[in-house]
Design a protein around this ligand. Sequence first.
Ligand code: FPP
Length: 238
Amino acid sequence: MTITNLPEHIAIIMDGNGRWAKKRFLPRNEGHRRGVKALEDIIDYAEEKGIKYLTVYAFSTENWRRPESEVNGLMGLFRRYLDNNIKTAGKKNLRFNVIGDLKSANIPEDIKEKINQLKEITKDKTGICFNMAFNYGGRDEVKRALQKIAQDAKDGKITVEAITEELISGYLDTSHMPDPDLMIRTSGEERTSNFLPWQLAYSEFYFTDCLWPDFTKEEFDKALEVYNTRKRRFGKSE
Ligand code: FPP
């Protein structure tokens, strides 16, 4: 199929790492490790396809409630991803960004530093923007934006009348990027789980039973093909 309608921004809920591992009698962390591998391939492929923004749900504000060994395993994977990309950034055109509450004391200091370092060294890159949702919760993001808006109103920097949808978008972690055109969730679950509640208002959703570590370029192509057939009306009639 010729793709005539390519999404500019794709958001992904990478679900099913645990089930992938369980099916193979492997530890959950092995599922996450394979999940990172799948993600790295998809970032490269999305860039090749001409996707401008890829936002993935890597770690939610609720994920801290998982067993300590799993949280530590995930932090180890983030560390390794950041270290590898800091080393190879010079050879790539990827721009790295993070959304979520990075001020949280739960996040290990060295990870915060590596995130800032990778953001800084890739800030002028012109390739795909890889946007990692880390310690991210959609309601938490809206709450943080509202706190900033209220503070700015109190300080006389904005009037109440100036609070428009555009202004609210500008206070979110995703300011300076378009809303996702397409949201993909793997593993058969059909919900958005506090991921980008404001930004996904008009997005197309694609759900697949495929577990995240099995999500290959071919699976990505299937999602692009389905998106290509969708007609977006944004509330208007045809
Ligand atoms: C959901 O699967 C997946 C997660 C909570 C973590 C996703 C994280 C990664 C793929 C690693 C990202 C890493 C980098 C470096 C960006 P699940 O564990 O909830 O699976 P289950 O529903 O089958 O138990």
